[in-house]
Design a protein around this ligand. Structure first.
Ligand code: G6P
Length: 472
């Protein structure tokens, strides 16, 4: 079957839309949550591209269609694929391994077999959608074998890969029984992008150790084989960002501003609203944040009447055991802290296990005097950048873990080590007490960085680097 082909094809595990059941029982497409979608939507609309990915429910096999200016090519996943490729290898092997084994990774050969099988399905779908000489941009850890599979099938294509999560040090990466296949899979790309320079350096080291190929700064020399000529692959950083102007504009709408006031009212107008917004994931350091806040309350360094913590924990990967355990622990801790320190009308923590629309998130950012990002390891953390972008009033304090990619850029935040609970407590108190002029000075410099380095610049730089590869 010959279908339409496209000059730019984006491939990611998730499509930018989910197939969901509406309230009336009818099926509909809904924009799916997550950083990648927010990041790529504007570029896809502008370049009339195709997006290859999974529709978010097992067993769905749908023909390609157009949605909101983007051509969508769904890749079906069966219930077994979902268990072994998505929940298993992607989120119970690679995710914990790449996040410095905060949780122990599981290694199962059937999961690896499913990863290979599903990566091949994505590569075949991308090969069908790509016009001759097209550019294909593959995203994230779920699809690391796709670049090589695509190159073997379609040597005419220009192939980019961007890793949204950290790439671990060799001492950790080398635990993976299939480490060489992963590196070889990625080296099928012309350009491999990472969030931080440490990630690119870790990948280059893994490449040298596992393949013996020579590397010269960001260039990997891939020697000729029977089937293919020698090639050069670039591996370097392209820190991802957000649609800063879009977030700012949304936060400036009267409806969002009014909602922000209402949120503060509903919280009883405390002098300080602190906010955490995370997927409910063990990498995010939510437990560390709660521990610090609980101790500050216990020591009466903060009072429940004055300071409230709003914690949005959006549901994520709920069938993976580590995530179920985390949820139990977090909810037990929230319950204890509220039971110990809350008063009638003043809970210490307002805990919300939901997904919220973008408007509500923007209102929460405006309502929050202090934003807490305490991840133990995070590829970038776009929430930190969204908070900054929303604050065109120039106010608000960002507490930011040094273990996020964002910390490499957002130097004027209060940088913390989330494992150092005393240090985190001091930073919270400092944020609460920070004088007006210091808050504004810091926010001004944070905003400059986020506005100048937005997602359009990120994708431009990546796609330019790809073009230069093929031109050279
Ligand atoms: C991280 C990953 C993305 C992923 C998102 C949501 O940001 O880098 O690839 O889409 O988490 O996780 P989920 O498993 O729900 O897609």
């Amino acid at each position: 079957m010959v279908g339409e082909t496209y000059q730019l094809v984006v491939v990611s595990n998730r499509l930018p839309v989910d197939r969901v059941l509406g309230e009336d029982g009818a099926e509909l497409w809904r924009a799916s949550p997550g950083g990648l979608v927010t990041a790529l939507e504007p570029i896809m609309r502008a370049s009339d591209g195709a997006w290859v990915g999974w529709a978010g429910r097992p067993g769905l096999d749908l023909p390609p269609f157009d949605h909101d200016g983007i051509h969508i090519v769904p890749v079906p996943l069966s219930a077994t694929d979902l268990e072994d490729y998505y929940e298993g290898f992607s989120n119970d092997t690679l995710w914990p391994l790449y996040h410095d084994v905060i949780a122990p990774p599981s290694f199962h050969r059937v999961w690896w077999d499913a990863y290979v099988r599903v990566n091949r399905r994505f590569a075949e779908a991308a090969a069908r959608a790509a016009a001759p000489g097209a550019t294909v941009w593959v995203h994230d850890y779920q699809l690391q074998l796709v670049p090589r599979m695509l190159r073997e099938a379609r040597p005419d294509l220009t192939i980019g890969f961007f890793n949204h999560i950290p790439f671990p040090a060799y001492g950790i990466f080398s635990q993976l029984p299939w480490r060489t296949q992963i590196v070889e899979g990625l080296l099928g790309a012309d350009v491999i992008g990472f969030q931080r320079s440490a990630d690119a350096a870790n990948f280059l080291q893994a490449t040298r150790r596992l393949t013996g190929y020579a590397t010269r700064s960001a260039v990997v020399e891939v020697p000729a084989s029977d089937a293919a000529p020698a090639r050069q692959v670039i591996a370097r950083t392209f820190p991802i960002s957000i649609d800063a102007a879009g977030v700012e504009q949304l936060a400036l709408t009267p409806r969002v501003q009014e909602r922000a006031r209402q949120i503060r009212d509903e919280l009883g107008n405390p002098s300080t609203v602190m906010l955490g917004v995370d997927r409910l994931d063990y990498t995010k350091g939510i437990r560390h944040r709660l521990k610090a806040f609980g101790e500050l309350l216990a020591e009466r360094r903060v009072a429940v009447e004055d300071v409230v913590l709003v914690q949005v924990a959006s549901p994520s990967r709920e069938r993976v055991e580590a995530y179920q355990q985390l949820r139990d622990e977090i909810e037990l801790t929230v319950g204890r802290i509220n039971g110990d320190y809350g008063t009638i009308g003043h809970p210490a923590i307002s805990y919300l296990h939901h997904n919220f629309p973008r408007e509500e998130m923007a209102a929460l950012f405006l309502a929050a005097d202090v934003m807490l990002v305490t991840a133990l390891r995070d590829g970038m953390n776009l929430v930190a950048k969204e908070y900054v972008a929303a604050r065109s009033d120039g106010d608000g304090v960002l507490i930011l873990s040094e273990f996020t990619g964002s910390a490499d850029e957002l130097k004027s935040a209060l940088l913390i080590n989330p494992h150092d609970i005393d240090g985190l407590k001091d930073a919270i108190v400092r944020a609460i007490e920070m004088p007006h002029h210091e808050r504004h000075k810091r926010m001004k410099s944070l905003r400059k960085r986020v506005r100048e380095h937005d997602v359009a610049r990120w994708s431009d730089e990546f796609l330019t680097a790809l073009r230069e590869r093929t031109a050279g």
